[in-house]
Design a protein around this ligand. Structure first.
Ligand code: SF4
Length: 225
């Protein structure tokens, strides 16, 4: 299905104008639940959107494959091109060295966003995309200023490429993200992504008398919030 065909079935909730009035956007996507709202609203606004999936932080590989395949499933449904970039996991671990005990939203996360956005910006430069953006900031668990700083830093070396720091949470975007995830019955990841966030979430669960995470077990459905 072409993007414009799918757009006729989506309700437009926001009027989007990309930086410099550009119509072509490369979106770094972290996962289907976060990307869904951005995908729908960009398509319904007539933006020529391509998804760039580069997330070597996600561990283990099985979790990575599930998250990626969920994103591909929705991209195919909407007729949006999907660029499947490297799972450059050794490079990610090398960069994370010494930051294993950093808390979420700390220095390790800055490195993690920098690495993913740098590859996004390079791809944009080499393939004629004037604007990059990311689904990462829609999550209420993330520090949006930290993400935007990384995005701006990634785009800076390239003339003619702008990082779009649109606040995807506003105008109900944060709530619609969950509505779409439930409607599409996406996989519901239980931790941010890396081995250290998996460890920390499991430690928290243990302290609070909850079961450890089981990879591939939890999916959005009407009753899951
Ligand atoms: S907690 Fe999330 S953002 Fe931070 S380093 Fe791990 S995967 Fe990356």
């Amino acid at each position: 299905m072409q993007q414009h065909e799918q757009a006729s079935e989506i309700v437009k909730h926001v009027d989007l104008v990309a930086p410099e009035g550009a119509n072509k956007v490369l979106m770094h996507s972290c996962c289907a639940p976060c990307a869904g709202e951005l995908m729908e609203q960009m398509v319904v606004n007539g933006i020529d959107l391509t998804i760039f999936f580069h997330n070597p932080n996600i561990h283990p590989k099985r979790e990575y494959e599930i998250r990626k395949n969920e994103n591909i499933r929705f991209a195919e449904k909407m007729g949006i091109p999907f660029v499947d970039a490297d799972y450059d996991v050794q490079d990610w671990f090398a960069r994370a060295k010494g930051m294993e005990r950093e808390p979420e939203r700390g220095a390790r996360c800055t490195m993690c966003f920098d690495m993913r956005f740098a590859r996004t910006a390079l791809y944009a430069y080499e393939n004629g995309f004037p604007v990059i953006t990311s689904s990462l900031g829609i999550s209420r668990w993330k520090n949006m200023a930290q993400i935007n700083d990384c995005g701006v830093r990634a785009a800076a070396p390239y003339e003619g490429i702008t990082y779009w720091d649109y606040n995807w949470r506003k105008n109900g975007g944060g709530a619609r993200m969950y509505e779409i995830a439930k409607r599409e019955e996406f996989y519901a990841q239980q931790y941010c992504g890396c081995i250290y966030s998996l460890r920390d979430t499991n430690e928290w669960r243990e302290k609070n008398g909850r079961e450890k995470i089981v990879i591939g077990e939890t999916w959005y459905e009407e009753k899951l919030n």
